[in-house]
Every structure is written in C-alpha cells, then in structure tokens.
Write a protein that binds this ligand. Structure first.
Ligand SMILES: C[S@@+](CC[C@H](N)C(=O)[O-])C[C@H]1O[C@@H](n2cnc3c(N)ncnc32)[C@H](O)[C@@H]1O
Length: 415
C-alpha cells in the first residue's frame, strides 16, 4: 500500500473515490469501524450495493454489540449517508474493483493508504469494452471472483497453468474456492476482530485449496492472519508446507496430526470442509470449547447415525428406501450439529454452499458466536432430545463431546 502523504484532505479524497466507484459501478464494499459517535454500542458498518426489486440500493449492516441492524438507502443518498458516518469513525476501508483505500484517523491527522489492483484493472479493462463491470449483489449479481486468477499459489496447486489460465479439469474446484471465499469474506467482515490478526485452523485441510485461498484473501485485505491446516496425511502436509513457502505465505503452516486430538491454544475461526465423518464433530467441539467467533463447516461422509436410525412408524414407507434412510440420517446428523451450535450461543445457518452440478458435498453450516451468550439453551437441547427419541438415536459424537461423555477408546476407530 502506498501512502498519499501529500493529499490535502484525505477524508474528502476517500469520499470522492467512494462516489466515483458508485457512479462507475466499480464499488465492492465499504467498512466503517472504530465508531466514536452518539449511537450507543454501534461498532462498525458494512456497506454493499444490492439489488432490490431490480433496483440497485446501498445496503448497510450496522453492527451493534449485541445485534445487527440492516438498512437500505437509494444510491442517490449513498455519499451523504457515508459522509455523515465517516466523521465519527476512526477507520474506513473502501474496496473497489480498481483499488483498496484505507483511511485512518487519530487526534492529530488523517492518513490515506491506497493499494492499486493492477491485475484486476487489466482483467476488467477487457470486460469494460463489452459492458461496464457491475458488482451489484442480489438476484441479478454478476460473476465476481474473490480469488485473483493470477495468484501464484493457484499455479503451485495446479489450478492454473503457467499462463495463469484455469486448467479445465480444475474448473469446478476453482468455482468452489471462489464460492467458499465469498461466504467466508462476508462472515468474517461481521466479526469483531478489533484489528487483531485472526487465528484460523482448517481441520482436515487436505491439499489445502481452501486454506491457501482464505490466507491469500485475508493477506490481500490487510488482515495478516495466522492459519494452520491440520491433516492426517503426511504427504499432503509436506506438499502444502512447500507451497506455503514457495508462495511466501509466512503465517500459514500445516500440522500433521489427527483432528480428534489437535488442541490449538487460540481459535477465532474454525474451518472444517469435507472433514470425514465425525472429524467434523471434533472440529466443531474444539471451536465451541475455544469460543471461536466463527465456525464454518461442510460436513461429509455421515456414517455415525445411519446404523442407529429407526424409522418412526409413519415414516417407515419412506425410509424403507435405502437412499432415503441415508439422506434422513445425514439431515438428522447436521440438524443436531446446527442445533447444538445454536444451544451453545451461535447464530447458525445451514445452506447450499455450491450448486449440486459442481459437487455433491455442497452443504454448509455457518455459525457466528452471539455476544449475549451465557449458558446452553435448555429449550434447544430439549428439541435435540425429542429428535433423537423420534429416530431412536443413542449416540451423536458432538453431543457426547460437549457433555464430556465421549469414550476415549473410540479414538482408535478409523475415520
Ligand atoms: C475430502 S478431504 C477435504 C480436504 C479439504 N478440506 C477440501 O475441502 O478441499 C478430507 C481430508 O480430511 C483428512 N482427514 C480425515 N480425517 C481426519 C482426521 N481425523 N484428522 C486429520 N485429517 C483428517 C483426510 O486425510 C483428507 O485429506
């Protein structure tokens, strides 16, 4: 980032760039933080352009200590709204397709840093000949890449070739990586990180596609995180260590070990994507135990509940079909995970991560810690018991772990 020390009025320059980005449809996101104004408990605001009934509007999420409030403004009011709030914030980050700006203020002066996105400019200039780039989010949102295609780590992972082109057989992976970073970036923005570097662990990191992508994304957005990938397979760990070194990712490392016994000291963001079977439960448990602010997992190979499942009488004709019983067991496994997260103080969403045409492993559980959490929610725990009774379930690993009832002898069981 270069510092614009000569700028006579950094705040005005910041606002002008914001206005221009809105007018030229090159605006991505604006974050105002370290709010010091009169609105009690307001911490930060995130602005995007979204499409509402085919009309572009400025969407703002106001993050208060214990809740989020969302408001939409006509684009014609965008600069006035932001201008009024900017004066009360000590930091502002503007992301556009061409550059990222960071405005920092203290009692004596304001400082503006600018990071030009040369690679993006080249790509988007080409697009501009056909149609202006648009970053409107919503139903009619255009394709926006969250990972820059010329990032060297993509070549090391054989996703792009030496010319920076996506290798055709990796097109689905490329789509999945971008979708993952898109979801991750949206959620991470809402965290109250207070500008501290995030401690992130990716449980069952495999070949590290997603681990590298999130490290690269955060590093490019001036949030240098500490990221660890945990993986059983020593060959994959050695490979990923080499790629991290070749990519110059100094705060990314890989640990050869078992997710079920790995115990980090600090954990802000827990990631477990396609970690096999109950490895997901161990990872979620570690996240809850260490009070992670965000837990993001895409469960896979659900084996634990299927043999225990007893169909309630009325569902017997449906669950008589093996495929349905498998789907029901999977849904029940993930419902209990989501409800346990909810009971232990997390706002939890379950949704399709990437469309089925790209992968069958497409479900994501995304949970963010509520600030007002005090104790497990008895009503939600009762809902879990009722579901277990209905389907005759005796054992769910995440529940046992949270209740300190997990049998250590089970650690020998193969994943
Ligand atoms: C399907 S891959 C997913 C890799 C990566 N997260 C992704 O989504 O691209 C699952 C990985 O989890 C690893 N794994 C499974 N059980 C594990 C355990 N108990 N501890 C550590 N790694 C495990 C496997 O070796 C495998 O590399």
């Amino acid at each position: 980032m270069s510092q614009l020390a000569t700028s006579p009025n950094p705040e005005q320059q910041f606002l002008d760039t914001f206005q221009q980005a809105i007018e030229t449809q090159r605006f991505e996101r604006l974050i105002l933080s370290q709010y010091k104004g009169e609105l009690e408990q307001l911490e930060k605001m995130t602005f995007r352009v979204i499409s509402l009934q085919n009309e572009a509007v400025l969407n703002c999420v106001y993050r208060y200590k214990t809740q989020d409030v969302t408001k939409n403004y006509p684009l014609s009011e965008a600069v006035a709204q932001v201008s009024a709030l900017l004066g009360c914030c000590k930091q502002a980050n503007l992301l556009t397709l061409d550059e990222d700006l960071q405005l920092k203020k203290n009692k004596k002066k304001a400082m503006l840093m600018v990071n030009k996105k040369k690679a993006m400019l080249m790509v988007n200039k080409k697009k501009a000949e056909v149609a202006p780039a648009t970053v409107t989010q919503g139903h009619d949102r255009s394709k926006q890449r969250y990972v820059e295609q010329d990032s060297p780590f993509l070549q090391h992972l054989s996703i792009t070739d030496q010319h920076g082109q996506i290798i055709p057989s990796m097109a689905r992976k490329w789509k999945q990586i971008n979708k993952f970073v898109e979801i991750f970036s949206g959620a991470v923005e809402q965290l109250n990180t207070q500008d501290q570097p995030l401690h992130i662990v990716d449980f069952g990191s495999g070949k590290g596609y997603l681990t590298f992508a999130l490290y690269d994304y955060l590093a490019k957005h001036q949030q240098m995180p500490y990221v660890t990938g945990v993986e059983l397979n020593p060959k994959m760990v050695a490979f990923c260590q080499q790629v991290a070194q070749d990519s110059g990712f100094q705060q990314l490392d890989f640990f050869q070990g078992d997710v079920r016994t790995y115990a980090p000291e600090q954990l802000d963001v827990m990631i477990a994507l396609h970690a096999c079977d109950v490895a997901t439960d161990f990872a979620i448990h570690t996240g809850i135990r260490l009070n992670a602010q965000m837990i993001m997992c895409a469960p896979c190979c659900h084996k634990e509940l299927r043999p225990q499942l007893q169909a309630p009488k009325v569902l017997q004709p449906m669950l008589h079909f093996g495929i349905h019983a498998g789907q029901q067991a999977e849904m029940l496994t993930d419902t209990i995970r989501a409800l346990l997260l909810k009971a232990y103080g997390y706002e939890t969403k379950v949704f399709e991560f990437v469309s089925l045409e790209h992968t069958s492993k497409n479900k994501m559980i995304l949970a963010t810690k509520r600030k007002d959490y005090t104790a497990p929610d008895a009503a939600v725990l009762a809902q879990i018991q009722a579901l277990k009774e209905l389907y005759g379930i005796q054992k769910h690993s995440l529940e046992l772990l949270l209740n300190d009832q997990w049998d250590q002898q089970d650690i020998g069981r193969k994943c």
